[in-house]
Write a protein that binds this ligand. Structure first.
Ligand SMILES: Nc1ncnc2c1ncn2[C@@H]1O[C@H](COP(=O)(O)OP(=O)(O)OP(=O)(O)O)[C@@H](O)[C@H]1O
Ligand SMILES: Nc1ncnc2c1ncn2[C@@H]1O[C@H](COP(=O)(O)OP(=O)(O)OP(=O)(O)O)[C@@H](O)[C@H]1O
Ligand SMILES: [Mg+2]
Ligand SMILES: [Mg+2]
Lengths: 248, 248
């Protein structure tokens, strides 16, 4: 079974979807069989790569996950689409709260044919995120170079630690990546210094610069690697991919 | 009873907290008795104005809301702090799901001594947001000038329409405000054109420009109006306040 990275952060708009999608694209371009799983009811990861949201959420459709997985325009990258159905999301939450391992087993069984799986989570510490953490082998946390981004980190770390204690040895913290990094802003330098002081080694060397090409790419249903291959954003996600692979 | 504005958007990081806090500050500076209610477990609105998150969430503490309300450094602006307690948030969600009007009555009773109340919501369509909508008289929706910001709008509108149908005549859509507007980006112009075409009159004339002073202000526990009064961000929130008051 390959590596299953859960891309989480309760804070909204920090670059979870952007990081999950572009890192998945870079891994696929590196020849690895990669699956992007969209657990966010907003379905940004799904539509950002040109796929369609599922009418019924694959986790509660009753079919094996493999039947819901679709290809993308990138060879080697497939996607498990999300669903906008609020009713399905509530069914998943109720299942997760019931403590049964149905969801986790269903997720685990569906993910074992890939070298890498990246799970995009909604901005919350709720049941969808906890289910995703329980089914993952690693946590990847994007942190935006903004003041509010530092606020909720302790809560987030506590939830991750809870999941690690419930399933010893299954989940490890693979890294923090700084996003929307802007060299010209003092605020960026302050946040970066604080995050590196606090978290040390687990913060990736690579930072993702603020680059409009990154935010334009999804409107063309492309990753930034295909939309603007020579952009700073594309180069940064390629470098992040090499760093993530270094710890295979 | 005054106006109760619910500041919502399921999409994360679009400027909900920034708009709720700075608009509340501008209303208070205009001589109106204003209350900022922090319903987001991240408590960004609370700490961004220098207050402390409550150990027990005021909505489930068993005390009248008035006992949890604290003053801020801005005369005329008070805040009902949020709480980071995940257990309390779950109790609120369970109460909201039970359909009982306990929360709504508790919220309504606590908010009737103010000219304006602004409720900051988490990035979700879950129970906290629905409870807030049910207790409000108006909806104010910040939309970021980004591609993903257009994605989940239909779902958000559906939830708001549900709440309006359950309580006819109580809730109206007061407006959409475009945030992080950057004149130099084509993407900004495209998103603005699409939002104004689709929503027409309810989109405020005033747009909030991307301005680093806005994102620095909370780290000094100040609104941008006090932190950088001559900044473009401060002027924009003052103009937005005048537009909001125009429809009194
Ligand atoms: N490096 C970057 N440069 C410029 N814009 C970026 C960058 N990364 C992300 N963005 C833009 O910032 C916005 C937020 O990013 P994104 O949607 O990926 O965050 P998220 O954490 O997934 O949000 P949510 O919490 O709503 O799920 C998007 O509009 C995205 O296009
Ligand atoms: N006009 C602006 N110019 C520059 N930065 C801004 C502006 N408005 C908001 N920001 C910054 O963008 C980030 C997101 O804003 P904010 O936290 O208010 O969004 P939110 O919708 O409340 O997020 P969440 O979904 O997590 O609650 C913050 O770091 C904030 O400081
Ligand atoms: Mg996302
Ligand atoms: Mg917020």
């Amino acid at each position: 079974v390959g590596r299953i990275l859960c891309v989480v952060n309760q804070k909204g708009g920090v670059g979870k979807t952007t990081t999950a999608s572009n890192l998945a694209a870079a891994l696929a371009k590196g020849g690895l069989r990669t699956l992007l799983v969209d657990l966010d009811p907003q379905c940004n990861a799904t539509t950002g790569l040109g796929a369609k949201p599922a009418a019924v959420h694959p986790l509660v459709s009753g079919f094996p996950l493999a039947e819901s997985i679709v290809a993308t325009t990138i060879p080697g990258l497939s996607i498990l689409p999300g669903s906008r159905s609020v009713r399905d999301v509530e069914r998943i939450a109720a299942l997760a709260r019931s403590g049964s391992a149905v969801l986790e087993t269903h997720l685990a069984r569906g993910l074992n044919a890939w070298d890498y799986c990246l799970i995009d989570c909604p901005p919350s510490l709720g049941d969808l995120t906890r289910t995703a953490l329980a089914g993952s082998s690693e946590v990847l946390m994007p942190i935006q170079c903004e003041y509010f981004a530092l606020e909720g980190l302790t809560q987030m770390i506590e939830v991750i630690r809870d999941v690690m204690e419930e399933r010893p040895g299954r989940l490890r913290f693979s890294g923090i990546v700084l996003t929307m990094h802007d060299d010209s802003l003092e605020l960026t330098a302050e946040v970066e210094a604080e995050v590196r002081d606090f978290f040390g080694e687990i913060v990736f060397e690579t930072v993702i610069p603020r680059d409009v090409a990154v935010s334009e790419a999804p409107s063309h249903a492309r990753s930034v690697l295909d939309y603007a291959p020579r952009s700073r954003g594309a180069r940064a996600y390629t470098e992040l991919c090499m760093e993530v692979r270094d710890c295979e």
